[in-house]
Write a protein that binds this ligand. Structure first.
Ligand code: F6R
Length: 255
């Protein structure tokens, strides 16, 4: 795993956006896996800037989001579809029909999950997957204890995750109890992974993910088995890492 510790959130976000932009320029029809939450917002802002100021062209790009709450319609301002439209898709020239978010309102959720996996395959798989990390080490909504081989499915959210995410809702009671999420096995099939973490609250999880044992109790630790992962943190989230990591990547060229 390539680990890069940046001084600030802005530098972390800029580097992640540069890596994505490089892929988009090299492979205009690429498939990008996207995350929601606070962490990637700076990366999305920088991609929007690059689209507006540097003509970064998303017209052929296809995206697949990691997860969606069960029971929230796309019009709900806390649904992940709404988040993606608001934080990225509405501001770039991507075609909405090329943006996939799991369907948390599907009548037959297992069938919708299977279809989601099929759509990813039909598009040739994910070229680069952007991830955040939960304070408990989760990736997407694969909470500790998730099968490291899991596929897209419904998961019950941990109370810790519901508490973390209650900042976006009026109260914790409004935070959905279930989510549809790509599985860890699904994420591991991406050709490249960029995992981002900022703030002190992520330092322990990042240390466990990067330098700890590979265990289902820290789902992000499975990324140690992936051949092309770049972990980018700000200084606070990198504070508990013991290794001596650079502030610059070996190369910006995607493998
Ligand atoms: C979001 C997702 C989650 C978040 C994680 C961190 O699509 O899959 O795993 O990446 O919960 O959330 P933030 O960035 O809000 O700290």
């Amino acid at each position: 795993m390539e680990v890069i510790v940046k001084e600030t959130y802005e530098e972390m976000s800029r580097l992640a956006a540069q890596m994505v932009a490089e892929l988009v320029r090299k492979k205009p029809r690429c498939v990008i896996g996207l995350a929601t939450g606070s962490t990637p917002v700076g990366t999305y802002k920088e991609l929007i800037r690059m689209h507006k100021e540097e003509d970064l062209d998303f017209s052929q790009v296809v995206t697949f989001n990691l997860d969606e709450y069960v029971g929230l319609p796309p019009t709900h301002d806390q649904s992940y579809r709404y988040f993606m439209n608001d934080n990225l898709f509405n501001h770039i020239n991507i075609r909405k029909e090329n943006t996939y978010v799991p369907d948390g309102m599907a009548r037959d959720i297992p069938a919708a999950c299977a279809l989601y996996e099929e759509r990813i395959r039909e598009h040739g798989g994910v070229d680069v997957q952007i991830l955040g990390i939960g304070g408990n080490g989760h990736i997407a909504f694969n909470e500790p204890g998730s099968s490291l081989a899991s596929r897209t499915r419904v998961k019950t959210l941990d109370e810790a995750t519901r508490k973390d995410n209650s900042r976006f809702f009026d109260s914790i009671d409004q935070v959905p109890k279930y989510a549809v999420t790509m599985g860890i096995g699904t994420i591991m099939e991406a050709r490249q992974v960029i995992i981002l973490a900022n703030k002190e609250s992520k330092a322990a999880a990042m240390a466990a993910a990067v330098e700890g044992p590979i265990t289902a109790m820290c789902p992000a630790s499975v990324l140690q088995m992936h051949p092309t992962v770049t972990a980018i943190t700000d200084k606070a989230a990198g504070a508990k890492l013991k290794g001596d990591y650079p502030a610059e990547p070996h190369t910006l060229v995607l493998k």
